[in-house]
Each structure stands twice: as structure tokens, then as C-alpha cells.
Design a protein around this ligand. Structure first.
Ligand SMILES: Cc1cc2nc3c(=O)[nH]c(=O)nc-3n(C[C@H](O)[C@H](O)[C@H](O)COP(=O)(O)OP(=O)(O)OC[C@H]3O[C@@H](n4cnc5c(N)ncnc54)[C@H](O)[C@@H]3O)c2cc1C
Ligand SMILES: Cc1cc2nc3c(=O)[nH]c(=O)nc-3n(C[C@H](O)[C@H](O)[C@H](O)COP(=O)(O)O)c2cc1C
Ligand code: FES
Length: 598
């Protein structure tokens, strides 16, 4: 992506297309020149929220248009803006449509016509024949019909009230066209999910390759947080455009997630007044291979390799499962609390400067609550790797309740997030007495079940090593270090914080953390008897080696997943094995703490 930080742009033009949708025109060479049909930008109304919006038009000269429907708080506030007002943009993000064939059918509902407008422009540049079908409740709600006609597309309309074109659903129109013998080499669709699901059913029957643009809750927009999960795919990075076959084993058309990550049916599924819990189609069972050089035992748990994801890089069990299949030696959940939390408004995550690989985030501990989290653990456990449940709480009582539920799940380890920078939870990291009481309490619950406890500490306290010693004395079995470093980025034009939470404070992650993190791990290894789990700015095998030699027994990777994705797990394993062999280590365990012996 070209611009990964919300950057102010003037609204150049505004046009009301119908009673719900307005087109916003901006000028941004940086974003427009990179944009492909199907991709989206994050649109920030400063002080309100930031929302994902598809690119409706982009030109190499820098014209950039989006169509925004007035459906809720942020979109409504954007509809109150005027030409000349400043709006933040970042992107483009996501996987685009891939156009092929000489005759393409595009099926749109509502503002779904926006990305298809851009796709039609591209298809016409390649001289393809485009049949464009659009459905709406009435003629007045149709979008961009004249644009499609001007581009030379063959336009067919369906309205539910019959005020324009075919009376009925656009999917019936599609079905009618196909049964009358029309042939398409490809179908692209964007609109309400149930409409797109029906399109897929029709085109599967006719064996027509189909691409679907899917929506889920987007927060980071670039593959870090996992809030946009769809069956283990991240809609913002692996999508929003998917091949219809990819969606077949997902919950597409059945259920989605709220901002907290809780599952909700797309069409309420109510049986005898009882809401049925939406379940995943289970992934296949996965058993990783034993790798003698990398295998290690920590806190009595066998890890096939020491590399795992960091907490917060994924809410869903299926995404954790994908990390395991990619090669993670263990997986760590998002921090889960007692109650459901939807988290803070966007922006919640962005890069602090172009190509810095350093990010700032404040998600607001969004999570579905420990009671609902069993569904995710069940999915993750289809991969046979240790599962670490990260959790948080602000008092002994709250942590006790979370731990009591957590230990009923098939988890291998608990990681207590004692490093939440939120004011309501910060009390824990700044109050060693409270930390001690919490650890003692959860140990009383977890140890009898054979579940060890790691405590994740903050680099933002005066004495992180002292805090870790407190945790160790209270009985912690391991220390995880470090969590994000406090920061508060502001927009230099508006002089207001960019992060959407009420204080504007957030935590820095990524490349810049490695330097300090390695120092903290070295100091912890000097002082502690329990193992150290390293996290913070790990991007390369050299980082892993340095952390391990400084004293880390296990490694967690976070922000690198944004730039490198799943490939980071096999790469680090491969390079680490080479290093161990070349340097004569019997196994990874022998290298732990090597920097202290010289
Ligand atoms: C990849 C993608 C492309 C999109 N393209 C367009 C577009 O071209 N035009 C357009 O009008 N809308 C588009 N949307 C939908 C748009 O993002 C939501 O309508 C918008 O976020 C609503 O925010 P709100 O504050 O106005 O409404 P809210 O009151 O917050 O919510 C209204 C609805 O929007 C959903 N929503 C809220 N916040 C988000 C979020 N951060 N991410 C995704 N959904 C959210 C909610 O689940 C709810 O169903 C797109 C969404 C995605 C994921
Ligand atoms: C998007 C995001 C979400 C995070 N969520 C959590 C969380 O829920 N619990 C937690 O202990 N740490 C969380 N963290 C902190 C990471 O686990 C990790 O400590 C930090 O990002 C430093 O590692 P990195 O530089 O490899 O990203 C989160 C970080 C990011 C960027
Ligand atoms: S919004 Fe997709 S991973 Fe964060």
C-alpha cells in the first residue's frame, strides 16, 4: 500500500447521487496511481471515526472518487461535509478484482455499484464486453446507471417495486439471462451479502468463475488485527475480493462478526425463540512435523519450534489455525476479558511514517468476552500446537472470573496481559501489589489444572524488571516482554490526536521496538529464574538470534505479519535452522542466554 497513515485531503467535489449516497472526489496521486478496482481506502473524519470505502474511480493523474452511503454515525458525519473540508485518507488496501474473459457480467446491489464502476472502466479499457446488472428497491435508489451506460456497458436494471426495469430481484434477472442462453466468462458481484450468496449459487450451477467483494468490520485495514476475519481470511488483506470457491467453506452468507469479534447471524437464525450460536465449518485436523533442532520445552510444554504469533494479531480461531499451518510453533489469542468489548473507534492502527515498519495502535481490547471465546478455541485446536490464551482484567475478582472460565477450555498456557495502556486497566502495571494479588489468585485456579501462567509486562513503567520480579515472586511461570511503547501521534495540521480513542494515547509496535525490547530481555534473563518470552519488533532471523542469545526461550511475532504475512513463520524457521547448524548448536535451547556467558 502506498499511504498507510491517515493523511488529510481536501474534498474537491461532492455530488448527491440519490437520497442515500454521495460521491466524494479527492485528489491524491499517491493513492490513485496505486489503486486497482476492488480495493478500498480508509476514510477518516477527524474526531469521529474512520471507515473502509471502496474506490469508485481513480486515475493516474490523481483523481480519486468514493461513494459513501449514509448508514450510521461516521458516514452520516461525512455527509455533512462540504467542498474544501479536510478528510483523512489511507490506502489503497486489499486484493483487487482480476479481470479476464471477453464478456463479463457485473451484478450490483446498493453502493456495490461503486467498486464495479471502477472495474467496468478497467474492463472497457481492455475492450471487454460488460453486461451490468443493478438491483435496488426503487428507481430512485439506483447508482451510477448513466456512468455505466456512458462507458459502453450493456445495462439491465431490476427494481423491487417495478419503478424501473425488471420488477423483482437482480438475482432473478441474472438467472433469467443465463437461462435465456447468455454466456459470460466471468461474473463480478458487490452488494448485500445475501444477494451475493445467491449470485454465487446461480453461477456455481452454471460453472461461471465468480468474484465477490465482501465486507467485514475493518479496523487496521492492513492485516494486523484480524477484526475483519472471514473463516480465517482477513477481508482487508486476503480480500475484500474473493473467488466464490474460496468462500464455500467459510461463514459467508451465514454469519459475521460484530466490532467485538462476537459472531452474529446475517439473517437471525431463531429456533423456538432460542438464538442458535453460529458455528464454523471445522478446518481439517493438522499435525505439524517434529523438528529436532527447533523443538524446545518451556514451562513443561513441548513446542515444536519457538516461533508464535503475538497476542492481538487475530481474534478468530481459524486465523490462529492458519498461523499454525504456516509453521507457528504455538498460537496466542487476542487478549480476552470477562465481558464483550467493541473497542475504540478508528483509527486504531496505522504506520507512523512511510516505510518505517513501525506502527501505532489502540484497539481498545475489543473481544467477544471469555464466555463466547470457546468457539474460537475450538477452531484453533484443529491444529495440534500449544494454545496460549491471553487475558486481561482490572481487579482480582474480574481476573478470577476470567481464569475460572478459561481453564475449562483446552488451553495449554495462560498469558496475563499486565500491560494494557488503557486508563481503566493501567492500574495493574502501576500497582505491583495488585499485580501480585492477581497472579496469586489465577495461579490458584490454573496450576491445579496443570496450566502455567506467563505475565506480559509493559516497557512503559519505570522499572519493568522490578515488575517482572514481582510477578515471578508471586508465582508466574514465565515473563513475556515487551508490550507496545506509549505514544500519542497527532495530526500536524489539525493538532488533534489521530488515534480514535478518547485520550489519543496508543502503543507503538514494529521495527523500532526491537532495540529496547532486546535490552529488556537481556536484563530480565539476568534477574529472573523463569523463562522469558520475547516480543517486540522481531522482523528478521538476526532479531530472533539476538533475542534468544539475550535470554528468550520463545519468540512472538506481531507487526511483521503486516508486511510479510504468514511467510514469516517458515522463513524464520528455515533461517534459524541454518544458523544453528552452521554455528554448531545442538538445538535452539543451547543458544538461549548465550550472550550472558561471554
Ligand atoms: C472493504 C469494504 C468496502 C466498503 N465500501 C463501501 C462503499 O464503497 N460505500 C459505502 O457506503 N460503504 C462501504 N462499506 C461499508 C462501510 O464501511 C460501512 O457502511 C461504514 O463503516 C459504516 O460506518 P458508520 O459509522 O456510518 O455506521 P455504523 O453505525 O457504525 O454501522 C453501520 C453498519 O456498518 C458496519 N460498519 C461499521 N463500521 C465498520 C467498519 N469499520 N468496517 C466495516 N463495516 C463497518 C456495521 O457493521 C453496520 O452494519 C465498505 C466496507 C468494507 C469492509
Ligand atoms: C493490532 C495490535 C493488537 C494487539 N493486541 C494485543 C493484545 O490483545 N494483548 C496483548 O498482550 N498485546 C497486544 N498487542 C501487543 C503485541 O502483542 C506486541 O506485544 C507488540 O505489538 C510488539 O510486538 P511487534 O513489534 O512484533 O508487533 C497488540 C499489538 C497490535 C499492533
Ligand atoms: S482490519 Fe483486517 S486485519 Fe485488521
Amino acid at each position: 500500500m502506498s499511504l498507510n497513515i491517515p493523511t488529510l485531503h481536501k474534498i474537491e467535489e461532492l455530488k448527491a447521487e440519490n437520497k442515500e449516497v454521495k460521491t466524494f472526489k479527492f485528489f491524491s496521486v499517491e493513492i490513485a496511481k496505486e489503486s486497482e478496482p476492488g480495493q478500498f481506502v480508509m476514510v477518516w473524519n477527524p474526531g469521529v471515526d474512520e471507515i473502509p470505502i471502496s474506490i469508485a474511480h481513480a486515475s493516474p493523474e490523481g483523481e480519486l472518487e468514493v461513494a459513501i452511503a449514509d448508514v450510521g454515525d461516521c458516514s452520516h458525519s461525512l455527509h455533512q461535509k462540504h467542498v474544501g473540508d479536510l478528510i483523512g485518507l489511507r490506502g489503497p488496501y486489499g486484493r483487487a478484482f482480476s479481470l479476464h474473459g471477453e464478456t463479463i457480467c457485473m451484478v450490483a446491489g446498493g453502493y456495490g455499484a461503486a467498486p464495479l464502476r471502477f472495474a467496468a472502466k478497467r474492463a472497457k479499457e481492455f475492450d471487454e464486453h460488460v453486461v451490468f446488472l443493478e438491483g435496488a428497491r426503487s428507481n430512485a435508489e439506483l447508482l451510477y446507471i448513466e456512468e455505466f451506460e456512458r462507458k459502453g456497458c450493456e445495462v439491465r436494471i431490476a427494481t423491487e417495486d417495478g419503478s424501473g426495469g425488471y420488477k423483482g430481484l437482480v438475482t432473478d434477472l441474472l438467472e433469467g439471462l443465463l437461462s435465456s442462453g447468455e454466456k459470460f466468462e466471468q461474473v463480478l458481484t458487490c452488494g448485500p451479502e445475501l444477494m451475493m450468496k445467491r449470485v454465487c449459487e446461480i453461477t456455481r450451477r452454471e460453472r461461471i468463475p465468480t468474484q465477490v467483494s465482501v465486507e467485514r468490520i475493518v479496523k487496521c485495514g492492513c492485516g494486523a488485527c484480524g477484526s475483519c476475519d472471514l473463516g480465517g481470511y482477513r477481508v482487508c488483506k486476503d480480500g475484500p475480493v474473493f473467488d466464490a470457491e474460496e468462500l464455500e467453506k467459510t461463514e459467508f452468507g451465514k454469519w459475521k462478526r460484530e466490532k467485538s469479534g462476537k459472531r452474529i447471524p446475517i439473517k437471525p437464525n431463531v429456533t423456538a425463540n432460542k438464538r442458535v450460536e453460529p458455528l464454523s465449518i471445522p478446518p481439517s485436523h493438522f499435525k505439524p512435523k517434529y523438528e529436532p533442532l527447533l523443538a524446545t520445552e518451556v514451562c513443561g510444554i513441548e513446542f515444536l519450534n519457538p516461533i508464535m504469533n503475538a497476542a492481538g494479531f487475530g481474534v478468530s480461531g481459524k486465523l490462529l489455525y492458519r498461523y499454525a499451518v504456516a509453521g507457528a510453533g504455538a498460537v496466542v489469542t487476542k487478549s480476552v476479558g470477562l465481558d464483550e468489548r467493541e473497542g475504540y473507534p478508528n483509527p486504531t492502527f496505522f504506520e507512523i511514517a512511510p516505510h518505517s515498519y513501525t506502527y501505532v495502535k489502540e484497539m481498545g481490547l475489543s473481544n467477544p468476552g471469555i464466555k463466547k471465546y470457546g468457539l474460537e478455541i475450538a477452531d484453533a485446536k484443529y491444529a495440534e500446537v500449544p494454545l496460549v490464551l491471553s487475558f486481561f482484567g482490572k481487579s482480582v475478582e474480574e481476573c478470577r472470573e476470567v481464569a475460572k472460565i478459561a481453564i475449562k477450555y483446552p488451553i495449554d498456557m495462560l498469558e496475563f496481559n499486565a500491560s494494557c495502556p488503557h486508563t481503566e486497566f493501567a492500574a495493574v502495571e502501576h500497582n505491583p501489589k495488585l499485580l501480585k494479588s492477581i497472579i496469586k489468585e489465577i495461579i490458584g485456579i490454573a496450576h491445579p489444572k496443570g496450566i502455567p501462567i506467563a505475565v506480559k509486562i509493559s516497557p512503559n513503567v519505570g522499572d519493568p524488571v522490578g515488575l517482572a520480579l514481582t510477578a515471578e515472586k508471586a508465582g508466574a511461570d514465565a515473563i513475556t516482554a515487551i508490550n507496545t511503547v506509549i505514544s500519542r501521534p497527532i495530526d500536524p495540521t489539525l493538532d488533534i490526536p489521530i488515534l480514535g480513542n478518547p485520550t489519543g494515547y496508543g502503543g507503538k509496535s514494529g521495527k523500532e521496538l526491537a532495540f529496547g525490547g532486546k535490552g529488556v530481555v537481556f536484563a530480565l534473563y539476568e534477574e529472573l529464574r523463569v523463562p522469558v518470552i520475547a516480543v517486540g519488533g522481531i522482523f528478521s532471523t538476526d532479531d530472533v538470534i539476538e533475542y534468544v542469545k539475550n535470554g528468550a526461550s520463545l519468540i512472538q511475532v506481531g507487526s511483521v505479519l503486516v508486511s510479510e504475512g504468514f511467510e514469516i513463520f517458515p522463513r524464520l524457521k528455515r533461517e534459524l535452522k541454518e544458523y544453528l547448524v552452521v554455528n554448531g548448536y545442538r538445538d535452539i535451547g543451547e543458544m538461549v542466554g548465550a550472550a550472558h556467558r561471554r
